[in-house]
Design a protein around this ligand. Structure first.
Ligand SMILES: Nc1ncnc2c1ncn2[C@@H]1O[C@H](COP(=O)(O)OP(=O)(O)OP(=O)(O)O)[C@@H](O)[C@H]1O
Ligand SMILES: [Mg+2]
Length: 602
């Protein structure tokens, strides 16, 4: 077995990966563990107090020490209370702080990842890593740690006290420990299994429920309400059955625990003869310890399984942090231009806006075919480029490369004559305005969304941008104007409205490179015509790339790229392409005929 395998075999190996996150809380943790130890020490001492009281004060003798006894007892109890308070508070503080740190780290890391990561991993998966994995790790580092210390020290301490009081009886009582371990492990395995089943069904139910809500319209339009309800009901009935059997199992487990405790007590009662008659106190102490052993044993077994299952959370979480973006800035670039968190804007040279594809071949990281092959194109600053072609032809891919959301598999993308990789992603992104095919707004008001493009924009600038894209009429119709709440993801607005707002946001930022991916696909033809008219001024002084399905909207472009199956099959101005009588001509006449027919039918 080599070193690596050996390490993998160790059940708690992964814990090491979260140690760096705990370093900061070292003092907290040490104090927490110390207070936990104190608490368990008091738990061990209290039966000894009773023992003393029984042996010295019951039915007799001298009561002269009673005053001191009461004081000592009171001090111990108060001390236990304080230790308890401190350890619990520290555990809570550690838990929430570790959670926060882990989540913050994960969130920051996610910001650095490239598009391909988000394409390959579902939102649900990422959400679970950031929320539930971190919360399990947080509670492991706080409560599980403290409770383990408490319970282990209680077991060891009480065993030691029992042995010192009466070794023979202690030996007998402790014999029950292995039995307990076997018994609890048995139940625990079963419990974990049923609990997991219940959880799985529960998540399926949540999933069904979510689909039922988010897909409500589709469900109705397909008239499959009945099937969806049947599916949902089957799961909930299943859930009911499993939950009942889980709670039965828990009941049997609790009863078995009580039974085991009774056996321990029975041993003490039965073999109580080992204790001298005068030592009633010792007898009582044994009773307490014998009973007190149940909980820690159960707890330690729980903690061990917790440790094992949390391994998976730690593993997945550290894998998330280990994911490297496909697009990264080199250390030299970061040294000069800074990174996302600390940009060194003073070193950024102003961008002009020349773009050049130099023999670019591109394949998506998870794709099995080249989307672009040996593609070269110079786009000088200020030109207005249109990209047209069928669905799935590779238009969005082309602009994703310009934005450096992906990098060429081979070849180069030059910005202002220099390889894009020589400068930071942020440098490029801060000069690009991109109106996405699927517009996204953030929850908040329209104004807040617009200001994301330019936080210090004045009211005039905002309105100028809004007017430039003809969003002013839409906004005027909304009750609160610019201060209208757009809802989560902008879902309170129509797709066309979202498109206009995100367009205005891009324009407000005054980017050197403007990218419009079907930016007007969801607005009505009248609004589109208005935007079209304003486009000349919007694109003035910028390099613009505009993807459009409606070919009538690209006639004025300086250059039209016609994409087919990932290749640029034709390029030129509208007139040139029409004259060529090729693919563009075909697309154009077909669309023109369709539109003409539609107009006639209207
Ligand atoms: N993230 C991805 N991973 C793998 N393949 C992808 C990815 N995104 C797109 N593709 C593939 O690349 C090709 C080009 O996609 P692209 O999104 O560029 O098309 P498009 O021309 O913008 O289409 P549309 O007009 O529908 O927006 C398609 O065949 C698509 O399946
Ligand atoms: Mg597209």
């Amino acid at each position: 077995m080599n070193q690596q395998e050996h390490k993998k075999g160790l059940p708690f190996f992964g814990i090491g990966k979260i140690l760096p996150f705990l370093k900061k809380f070292r003092r907290n943790l040490i104090l927490m563990v110390t207070c936990g130890l104190m608490g368990s020490l008091v738990d061990i001492i209290l039966p000894l107090f009773r023992r003393y009281a029984l042996d010295h004060y019951v039915g007799n003798q001298t009561m002269d020490t009673i005053f001191l006894f009461v004081i000592l007892y009171a001090v111990t109890v108060v001390f236990a209370g304080i230790a308890n308070y401190i350890s619990c508070s520290l555990a809570t503080i550690t838990e929430v702080s570790v959670n926060r740190d882990l989540r913050e780290t994960a969130f920051r890391h996610l910001q650095t990842l490239s598009f391909s990561y988000f394409n390959q991993n579902s939102v649900g998966y990422i959400h679970a890593r950031v929320m539930s994995d971190t919360s399990r790790i947080g509670s492991l580092a706080s409560w599980t740690l403290m409770d383990s210390v408490w319970h282990i020290s209680y077991l060891v301490g009480s065993a030691a006290v029992m042995i010192s009081l009466n070794a023979r009886l202690a030996g007998l009582v402790l014999l029950i420990l292995p039995v307990l371990v076997v018994l609890f492990s048995f139940f625990q395995k079963k419990l974990i299994r049923v609990n997991r089943e219940v959880r799985e069904i529960n998540s399926r139910i949540t999933g069904n429920f979510n689909e039922g809500i988010t897909g409500a319209k589709t469900i109705k339009s397909l008239a499959i309400e009945d099937e969806m309800s049947q599916r949902f009901m089957a799961e909930t009935s299943n859930m009911r059955r499993r939950s009942i059997s889980a709670s039965r199992l828990r009941g049997v487990f609790a009863a078995t625990m009580n039974f085991a405790a009774s056996i321990a007590l029975a041993i003490v009662l039965w073999k109580g003869g080992y204790i001298a008659e005068s030592e009633v106190g010792t007898f009582s102490a044994f009773m307490s310890y014998a009973q007190g052993m149940m909980e820690p044993v159960r707890w330690i077994i729980d903690a061990i399984s917790d440790l094992i299952t949390t391994q998976v959370n730690i593993e997945r979480f550290s894998n998330l942090l280990a994911v490297q973006s496909d697009v990264i800035d080199t250390p030299q670039v970061i040294a000069k231009y800074g990174d996302i968190l600390e940009p060194k804007k003073e070193n950024w040279e102003p961008i002009r806006g020349d773009i050049e594809f130099k023999d670019v071949t591109f394949r998506y990281p998870d794709g099995d075919e080249d989307v672009l092959e040996h593609f070269s194109l110079k786009i000088p600053f200020g030109s207005h480029i249109a990209i047209v072609g069928e669905t799935g032809a590779g238009k969005s891919t082309l602009v994703n490369l310009v934005c450096r959301f992906y990098e060429p598999t081979t070849g180069q993308l030059l910005i202002d004559g220099r390889d894009a990789r020589e400068r930071s992603q942020l440098w490029l992104h801060s000069s690009i305005g991109y109106v996405l095919q699927t517009p996204h707004l953030f929850s908040g008001t329209i104004r807040e969304n617009l200001l994301m493009g330019k936080p210090d924009a004045t009211e005039e600038e905002i309105w100028a941008a809004v007017k430039a894209v003809s969003a002013d009429e839409v906004i005027a119709h909304l009750e609160n104007g610019l201060d209208t709440d757009v809802g989560e993801g902008g879902d309170l607005l129509s797709t066309g409205e979202k498109q206009l707002i995100s367009f205005a946001r891009a324009v407000l930022a005054d980017p050197r490179i403007l990218i419009l991916d079907e930016a007007t696909a969801s607005v009505d033809t009248i609004t589109e015509a208005k935007i079209q008219a304003a486009l000349d001024s919007v694109t003035q002084g910028r390099t613009s790339l505009m993807i459009a399905h409606r070919l009538s909207t690209v006639r004025n472009a300086d250059l039209i790229l016609v994409v087919r199956n990932g290749k640029i099959v034709e390029q030129g101005t509208h007139k040139e392409l029409i004259r060529m009588r090729g693919y563009y001509y075909e697309l154009y006449t077909r669309q023109y005929e369709d539109e003409a027919t539609a107009q006639l039918l209207a």
